[in-house]
Design a protein around this ligand. Structure first.
Ligand SMILES: Nc1ncnc2c1ncn2[C@@H]1O[C@H](COP(=O)(O)OP(=O)(O)OP(=O)(O)O)[C@@H](O)[C@H]1O
Length: 861
């Protein structure tokens, strides 16, 4: 094998790109193989002359041409070997060409070159192995036996065994070389850092698949949601045709009965899911095509085995023990090659499956996480987790099953069918006749299976959501001693899933009983034996052929079942796929794409808009999940840049809703929110949010260290982290932990107290150096002493250092009274505004009444 390093040096010295030259050479070799293969297969009489040189060389460097020519069958066999070699090599080389034809600058880097050379070497090695086996077989079949017969393997097998076993050995070695290059330890994690893996084959396929992954078929990976438009995310036709709403609308327009509509919708969605699934598989075409090529290469080897079994038995019956041993040796030889190629079939299709699962999971998560808040308001988290885990896995599993078995099944069934019809048309027809019957039964079975699969997936999602909810609220569950209730709830859902699975089990059992065991094993085998024995009795058939028939019939039925099951799997997976595709297709309206004027403004004055005065003008808003109830009703207020304002009012009056609208988690139904003169809807969402610091009533931390949590969403240095922690009055308690800032906070920060979590959340908000700080009851969990300290520090920081605008929602009088302006709200409307003193003096009484009801702890009602 050429040394990869030597190649790199050679390349850098000459400055030329040998990559393309190497590839072209490979192509020329492959084309020559292809030509020889075509001639040998199509015109075996001419092909015999082409194969002479092989024989000369093989026959101990004899100077004369061999006395016997290869038989036409042997020539075809050799031709088939050449065809497989050339087609598979071309299939592997083609994806490299576009990368290399533009030379170094277009990605044909040294690694690519190394990988192409490695590939080339392994390819040549593999070709050599196949050639040795091919030539050995030709020699075997063309040698004369003692009686002068040619082509009956009558020469001593040992004469050729060295050649044959060497060929098989080379193939096995090649295979091990390839396996080693794919072994996970020999490469970097592909997904972790987006870097191509080291292993040469892996690297080459990685490049090919990566290019594909970026194609519009996956689409949903968006580096920046602000640049996301429907066209670059997904093929627009698919997008438009595939949302559930559209399907619903279409169906609603129809006057058909409800059942019709339901069935049609299901079948439409299934078809859509199926075609999308196939498109998805297209992204793994490299693996799938190579897998199919290997599959085809393997077929002659595995198909020949029953033939050798029957000829061995026939030879044993005729007491030709040497001949029988020869057949057994050939069977072992072909079986070994078959086994090695089988590994590659399993691996390549499995790899395609894993790639699909990985890509779909990442894309689905990427799509879910970019949904708007209204989606999460109405969708269960457990349900989404089930989509990510179970649906994605199931979909890809079934999809690759389809590719793995359908191609192989079609080829095998055709091959076996031809063999059978040629050998005995009546027995052949009798065996093949069952295929359409099984196909018909399978059609009903698969359509039932698809419907049931959707129910199963839904039930599974339901059970997952239930478990997820119970576990995420485990403290409350323990506190209220409702473990038994939760177990019961989960049990009920699992029972439902169990019932559906049992139904599926019964249907599957029935299918196998009727199709596999009764129809195929019993009826077909019985009729074959009956007919066959009559033909043998009449002398129309030999027992040897009948035996071969029985063996091939077993294979035929097995592969018919595989073919039909692969179809069922595809239909079934389209159910799981449909739900995943729904998530992939669900693109919230691209938020904050901004107009060019605003974009240029933002570039010019860094984050100018978020710092500006805020004007909420006549805003009306209802939550998407409750469209008829207005949380805000024609509210208008102005907040001066750099000021500290407080929102007060009774619980549920709409204070947090204003904070959500300012973050643009939702858009108002009516009215506008402006920063300076610019409507929030026209601003860049990403830059707006990057300038927000938000602390909510119940802040959530991520599992990890305190330092990581404070730095989350910013790039603060450790010194800055220390500073913001001191401001948030968190430094002192952090220092008391054994690992200080490296202390783990546990899942969702549950190993900290509520007050500690809140102070870390304040520090996290400050670490972002926000232009607008939103504190939604941020100090509610703090004791009065901590709150006072935090508030004091916050006031000083906000007012005197950075001039941030701060909006506080608080129930504590102490917090509110220091605000420049206090907005008093009632039932989604603004009823009073002014400073604490102004409101006491001139207010219409709302604030005063609230003050009157402040309790001894200083809390508003
Ligand atoms: N995600 C939501 N979906 C539907 N309705 C909501 C949602 N969030 C809040 N609401 C409703 O909107 C109204 C205003 O809620 P909001 O959270 O703004 O009140 P608040 O003044 O902040 O109350 P509190 O002081 O208790 O936090 C309430 O009636 C509430 O039930």
């Amino acid at each position: 094998m050429p040394s990869p390093n030597a190649n790199i040096v050679r390349w850098s010295k000459t400055g030329r790109s040998p990559c393309i030259i190497t590839l072209l050479c490979s192509f020329v070799v492959s084309a020559a193989f292809l030509a020889v293969g075509v001639v040998c297969v199509a015109f075996p009489l001419w092909g015999q002359y082409l194969l002479y040189p092989c024989l000369v060389e093989i026959e101990d460097n004899a100077t004369s041409l061999p006395s016997t020519r290869p038989s036409p069958d042997a020539t075809r066999l050799a031709g088939a070997c050449f065809l497989v070699i050339s087609v598979s090599s071309m299939g592997l080389l083609v994806p490299l060409l576009p990368r290399c034809q533009h030379g170094k600058s277009e990605g044909c880097d040294s690694n690519e070159y190394v990988s192409s050379n490695y590939f080339h070497a392994v390819f040549m090695q593999g070709s050599m192995g196949l050639s040795l086996v091919g030539v050995g077989l030709i020699n075997l079949s063309t040698s004369e036996d003692d009686n002068g017969y040619v082509g009956e393997y009558s020469c001593a097998l040992k004469d050729q065994s060295t050649l044959l076993w060497t060929g098989v050995g080379v193939l096995v070695l090649t295979s091990f070389g390839l396996m080693a290059s794919f072994w996970p330890d020999s490469r970097e994690d592909e997904s972790s850092n987006g870097q191509p893996p080291h292993a040469p084959y892996q690297r080459r396929l990685w490049h090919c698949c990566r290019r594909k992954t970026k194609s519009p078929i996956y689409g949903a990976i968006m580096d920046d949601c602000e640049n996301a438009t429907v066209t670059n995310v997904y093929d627009i036709d698919d997008y438009e045709n595939s949302t559930v709403e559209n399907v619903d609308d279409m169906d609603d327009c129809d006057n058909s009965t409800v059942t019709d509509v339901g069935e049609r919708r299901e079948s439409t969605s299934r078809q859509r899911g199926t075609s999308r699934l196939l498109k998805l598989a297209g992204n793994q075409s490299v693996y799938l095509w190579v897998g199919i090529v290997v599959l085809l290469a393997r077929l002659p080897f595995s198909l020949a085995i029953p033939h050798f079994v029957s000829t061995t038995i026939a030879k044993l019956i005729s007491e030709d023990f040497i001949g029988a041993r020869r057949e057994i040796l050939l069977l072992l030889l072909l079986g070994t090659v078959d086994a090695v190629l089988d590994f590659w079939c399993v691996f390549l299709f499995g790899k395609a499956k894993e790639n699909i699962v990985r890509a779909v999971r990442v894309d689905t998560f990427s799509s879910i996480i970019r949904q708007d808040q209204s989606f999460f308001d109405t969708t269960n988290t457990g349900d989404l987790i089930s989509r990510l885990t179970s649906d994605c896995g199931e979909m890809a599993q079934d999809l690759t099953w389809f590719f793995r078995f359908s191609v192989e099944a079609v080829v095998r069934i055709t091959g076996i069918g031809v063999y059978m019809v040629l050998r005995s048309p009546i027995l052949g027809a009798c065996t093949l006749g069952i295929v359409p019957v099984v196909g018909l039964i399978n059609k009903f079975y698969s359509s039932w299976l698809a419907k049931n699969a959707i129910k199963v997936q839904n039930a599974l999602a339901d059970a997952t959501s239930c478990a997820h909810e119970s576990l995420s609220c485990i403290k409350t569950v323990i506190m209220l001693a409702s473990e038994d209730d939760e177990c019961e709830k989960y049990k009920n859902r699992v029972e439902k899933l169990y019932d559906l699975n049992i139904q599926q089990l019964i249907a599957t059992g029935f299918y196998f009983m009727a199709v596999s065991t009764f129809l195929i094993n019993t009826c077909v085998q019985g009729s074959l034996l009956l007919l066959g024995s009559i033909f043998v009795q009449q002398g129309k058939l030999t027992a040897e052929i009948l035996l071969a028939f029985m063996l091939y019939q077993g294979q035929l039925q097995e592969w018919s079942l595989n073919l039909f099951q692969s179809y069922s799997s595809l239909v079934k997976s389209s159910g799981a796929g449909d739900r995943v595709f729904f998530l992939l297709d669900r693109h919230p309206p691209p938020p904050g794409t901004g107009n060019s004027l605003v974009k240029s403004l933002e570039t010019k004055f860094e984050n100018a808009m978020t710092k500006e005065d805020i004007t909420i003008d006549n805003v009306t808003f209802s939550y998407p999940s409750r469209p008829d109830t207005f949380a805000l009703d024609k509210i208008s207020l102005k907040i001066k840049s750099g000021s500290l304002v407080a929102l007060v009012g009774h619980s549920g009056c709409g204070k947090s809703t204003i904070v959500s609208l300012l973050q643009r988690i939702y858009d108002p139904n009516e009215g506008t929110i402006k920063f300076g003169d610019v409507d929030l809807r026209n601003m860049s969402l990403k830059s707006h949010r990057s300038k927000l610091g938000v602390v909510t009533q119940d802040p959530v931390l991520f599992s990890g260290t305190i330092e990581e949590n404070i730095r989350y969403g910013s790039s603060a240095t450790f010194e800055e982290i220390l500073m913001v922690s001191s401001i948030a009055n968190a430094h002192s308690f952090i220092e008391q932990f054994p690992n200080k800032y490296k202390e783990q906070v546990g899942e969702r920060g549950l190993s900290l107290s509520g007050g500690q979590r809140q102070r870390i959340a304040i520090a996290r908000a400050l670490a972002r150096k926000p232009a607008l700080l939103l504190l939604d009851e941020a100090t509610s969990a703090l004791d009065p002493e901590s709150e006072a300290a935090v508030q004091e520090a916050l006031n000083e920081l906000l007012q005197n250092r950075f001039g941030m605008t701060t909006i506080i929602i608080a129930h504590r009088l102490q917090t509110v009274r220091s605000a420049d302006t206090i907005f008093v709200m009632k039932n989604g409307s603004l009823v009073e505004q002014g400073s604490h003193d102004q409101l006491l003096q001139y207010g219409s009484g709302h604030y005063r009444r609230m003050l009157d009801r402040v309790d001894s702890a200083g809390l508003f009602p």
